[in-house]
Design a protein around this ligand. Sequence first.
Ligand code: NAD
Length: 506
Amino acid sequence: MHRTLPAGLGLETHPRVVFPVPSAVSGNGAFAYSTNPATGEVLAGIRLDDERSYETVLGRASEGFLRWRSIPAPVRGQVVRAIGEELRAHKEALGELIALEVGKIRAEGLGEVQETIDIADFAVGLSRQLYGKTMPSERADHVIREHWHPLGPIGVITAFNFPHAVWGWNAMIGAVCGDTMVWKPSLLAPLTALATNTIAQRVAEGLGHSGVFELVIGTDAVIGERLIADRRLPLVSATGSCRMGRHVGSVVAGRLGRTLLELGGNNAVIVEPDADLDLALRAIVFSAVGTAGQRCTTTRRLIAHASIVDPLTDRLATAYRSIRIGDPLAEGTLVGPLISASAVEAFERAIARAVAEGGKVVVGGKRFGSGNGHFVEPTIIRAPASGLPIAHEETFAPILYVFSYRTLDEALALNNGVSQGLSSAILTGSNRTAERFLGPAGTDCGLAYVNLGTSGAEIGGAFGGEKDTGGGRESGSDAWKAYMRRQTSTINYGSAFTLAQGIRFE
Ligand code: NAD
């Protein structure tokens, strides 16, 4: 199956894209290849940045910041509004490109673009609501105010599995806050990044604003390391694995910069005996197999009450057997490929380890198909009563480990007993149980759902997780504060010089 790139995004003529791919350019380190994980076919070659071009990009973002920070926030909001409109016009093509490059089914590719459109709408409103506070001063004729100011050019590192929307969360909010963006995407999804950034840059430049949306594409060793060590970037917002976050966090902290870390998850759904099992089934299947298990919020652990664990697992297994796996762009496909051959190997290693640790494969467990695509079967593994150490790790594949429990305390201990703390859910008919789950002694995750699965967040809330997930919050609510610097100003509008705390200095 050969597919051409979606039309209307300008990729075929983009100066960084080598298309069709000349075999002569391979292996010299100056190019990366974007491949279709459903077929193994190379879609295009992309010219990589080096130290020199990185400096040029950083120069543009730094100079752009000096101008952009003084543009009134509501005017910045109008630029973001125009970007949202342009994304609407290119939604189909971008959604298809995401499906082609990272293997999401079309509906999920389109959903990702919609997420950026939604956050753009949110950011437009926010551009008139970057509110500070006024505090009463203890001194007569004084006032204390809090101002929120733009922070600077910021680094945005994104993971392969949300190659468009994670940029959107950062860039739309960062832009109304007055920051300029230096985006370093995953080398597994460079075309989506090029197409997306080209749209934002073209709209902003068309409205007279250059240096706001910048992009560097390169290896972690040459470009990634340079970006995280760069003191000109006061904030690095990084999305990816816990391993990456530990390194990026420590390098940025070493230069006393700020990070916003959105890292791996190991999310569980608790199913109580009084749950609506039809609802539970749908919620679990979507969360566990959607995006082929390659969401940070994928349900990886099912914690079901002992009285229902057997029938629920049976019904899940039946549903899993009916799931259509295949070409993500074909009608009716629910599960596309994993991102790469090494992701398939990680899936196989995890299954082998689970079995060695006493787990029992209920359904799935194998590669799927015979072509060059990276397909695997969505898999359910029943954990032994003694526990399953592999279930403490995030394997980025559709593997669901099933545990059973007798008391809610036991279920909560299982839910919280992993190092990650991103998303969690409970299915129950009892308000009391739901509130316990949501309370201070309940789930320890940043995201908590009742009668839903663990994935599919809306943009309006703050998104992120605790513990090894990194503690960052992006998207809605007051997440914008991470993209600004806070200034506390004290003004004396009288004529006396008085000191706080009653200090006399005469
Ligand atoms: P990854 O950690 O391999 O890579 C993520 C990004 O970090 C890439 O752009 C990569 O190039 C960059 N990176 C790696 N080392 C770097 C370095 N030394 N310097 C600078 N940049 C560096 O992750 P992945 O495989 O692309 O994505 C999957 C992971 O991301 C999973 O763990 C998933 O849970 C996580 N994720 C988390 C969220 C969230 O919001 N919490 C969202 C999406 C994905």
